[in-house]
Design a protein. Structure first.
Length: 179
């Protein structure tokens, strides 16, 4: 069964800050560029060389090709959506809070890996795209988890977070001498 990771829906300020700072980082920019390049490359392959390569396959391998190309397309669209939402946060077009609403949240799941001997039946072009997309998907899942974990660590141990929790539970903090 695939491991499932989705955005933190608790909405702590640490999560918003972590998500915003990540979305504005050079690391994210590089990931975004790689992801979009992979989407373009896959589209060009599937519409071009992949189409003729699939016609040369036997019946069973052609069915596998069709299945894997659909899974590839779905995986890439899921990752592209996640990247686009985060780019919107990084460019100030959307707040991190908005990005985490049910309407905008994109859950990225860990890829389901097939046995190597199954993928060996595929043309090299598709096999390479599948492997690279799975690798990128794993990176996104790890980054998403790091954002959530980083927010939890900074939120749980920080004085301001503790004061916010106390304020929420008991009302605003009062200075000594206030009645």
């Amino acid at each position: 069964m695939a491991d499932h990771t989705s955005m933190n829906t608790k909405g702590g300020t640490g999560d918003f800050e972590s998500r915003s700072s990540f979305a504005a980082s050079a690391l994210f920019k590089a990931l975004f560029d790689q992801g979009m390049d992979l989407v373009k490359e896959a589209a060009a392959y599937l519409d071009g060389p992949g189409r003729s390569e699939s016609k040369a396959l036997g019946r069973e391998a052609n069915l596998l090709y069709s299945t894997e190309s659909m899974l590839l397309t779905t995986r890439l669209m899921q990752m592209a959506s996640w990247l686009l939402v985060h780019r919107a946060v990084g460019e100030g077009e959307m707040s991190a809070r908005e990005a985490m609403t049910d309407k905008n949240r994109v859950a990225v799941t860990a890829p389901e890996l097939r046995p190597a001997e199954t993928l060996e039946q595929l043309p090299e072009g598709l096999r390479g795209l599948v492997e690279r997309s799975q690798s990128m998907q794993e990176r996104i899942v790890r980054l998403e988890q790091a954002i959530i974990d980083g927010a939890a660590e900074s939120g749980a141990g920080g004085l301001s977070a503790q004061l916010e929790q106390l304020s929420a539970a008991f009302g605003p903090a009062r200075a000594e001498g206030d009645s």
